[in-house]
Design a protein around this ligand. Structure first.
Ligand code: UDP
Length: 374
């Protein structure tokens, strides 16, 4: 390919795949897309194992969005099942609902006490209100203070310490606010209008996005190998500090280690995802066959262990939203002002804890902005 007319997309995850697809399909431009990994789809990568079970190699990915734009775009590549995610948490040995809601209240407390708390809560909050735990703790009433401390201790404190290596008060409040206290009977993890899992998995969706005469995919290829080559534009979905050779230092991330186990029984647990906030060293157990209702006499689970990201040792999963990290990211962002035709996107490129739909929306909007001038 003649490089001056070619766009380079670094990273074959959803962000890279969407921008590559739009450049090829809508703008009619040539694209080379590369990835260090030996597969496309980034951390959404899934595959069917020898038991016919769709495994999410980098942990459970549940698609959910309120964006018609994102949903309509994705529907061009796949149908979805009607799966609505629920999370079970084991609290004091009781299997109950997470986020903490009115059903959880009645599961963990005697009925009369639960009723008293419910009445007090409904005096203060409207039904179906979502309250971040750090807000919920600001209660004057003794019973509600007891409840808030209970929820903080049993659901957030130890889970967050395992997940992030620090207490909920030391990470940005937006992190724990993702799983608010929900004054509702709704047991779902997400309330978005559109939810589901692509019927043939995420990898197939990305493969379809990238199947185009204008797109050349190069796997096992590092950006460093192409440095110095000229491209029309570069869309970089890797970590922004890597692009600048870590000149101001490394942006911190959390990583995750999934330990897979195959069990000789039809089901291992009662739900796709079971959280263990207070027990064990893992945060949660995923049982993959639930997502697409795969049938097998065996089942595959993954125990999720969080750890610090270390360059060369493990993968980046979660940017760590914290003031000092945001400031470091902004220093790198400032550097981008000195270069032309290079765009950063995705969880790593933008150093933002995006869900899949937000990463896709960002790619759709970046395309509109750059190519369509919107
Ligand atoms: N969280 C928690 N206990 C739980 C579930 C979540 O403390 O049982 C907190 C924890 O800090 C976690 C954050 O809420 O990192 C966001 O959880 P979410 O399930 O959205 O994380 P993800 O699925 O993106 O890993």
């Amino acid at each position: 390919m003649e490089c001056n007319n070619v766009n380079l997309v670094v990273g074959c995850g959803v962000s890279g795949a969407v921008i590559a697809n739009l450049l090829a399909e809508i703008a009619g431009e040539k694209v080379v897309i590369i990835d260090k990994k030996d597969h496309v789809a980034g951390n959404c990568y899934d595959y069917r194992d020898e038991n016919g079970i769709m495994i999410h190699k980098y942990g459970s990915h549940i698609f959910h969005t309120n964006s018609e734009k994102v949903w309509n775009y994705l529907k061009k590549f796949t149908d979805f099942n009607t799966y609505m995610h629920k999370v079970i948490g084991v609290i004091d040995g009781i299997e109950t609902h997470i986020p903490f809601n009115f059903n959880t209240l009645y599961d963990v407390f005697p009925k009369s006490f639960a009723k008293k708390l419910e009445d007090k809560l409904l005096d203060i909050f409207e039904l179906n209100t979502k309250v971040p735990i750090l807000e919920f703790q600001k209660q004057d009433d003794d019973d509600l203070k007891f409840l808030a401390d209970f929820v903080y201790e049993k659901i957030f404190l130890h889970y967050t310490t395992k997940q992030w290596g620090v207490s909920p008060k030391e990470v940005d409040g937006a992190v724990t606010a993702r799983v608010p206290v929900y004054l509702s009977m709704d047991n779902r993890y997400f309330q978005d209008k559109y939810q589901g899992i692509p019927l043939d998995g995420y990898t197939k969706v990305v493969e379809k996005m990238l199947t185009h005469d204008n797109i050349e995919i190069r796997l096992n290829t590092d950006f460093a190998q192409l440095k110095g080559q000229k491209f029309k534009r570069i869309f970089f979905t890797g970590s922004i500090d890597e692009f600048f050779d870590y000149k101001y230092g490394q942006l911190p991330y959390r990583s995750v280690n999934f330990k897979l186990e195959t069990h000789n029984k039809e089901y291992y647990q009662s739900n796709a995802c079971v959280n263990y906030p207070c027990n064990y060293d893992f945060t949660r157990i995923h049982e993959y066959k639930y997502y697409l209702d795969d049938r097998s006499e065996k089942t595959v689970i993954a125990k999720e262990y969080s750890e610090n990201f270390e360059l060369g040792k493990n993968e980046r999963y979660y940017p760590i939203p914290k003031d000092e990290n945001t400031q470091l990211y902004e220093r790198y962002l400032q550097e981008t002002k000195n270069i032309e035709n290079v765009y950063f996107l995705g969880r790593l490129g933008d150093y933002k804890y995006y869900d899949m739909d937000k990463a896709i929306l960002r790619a759709l909007e970046l395309f509109e902005e750059i190519i369509e001038g919107k």
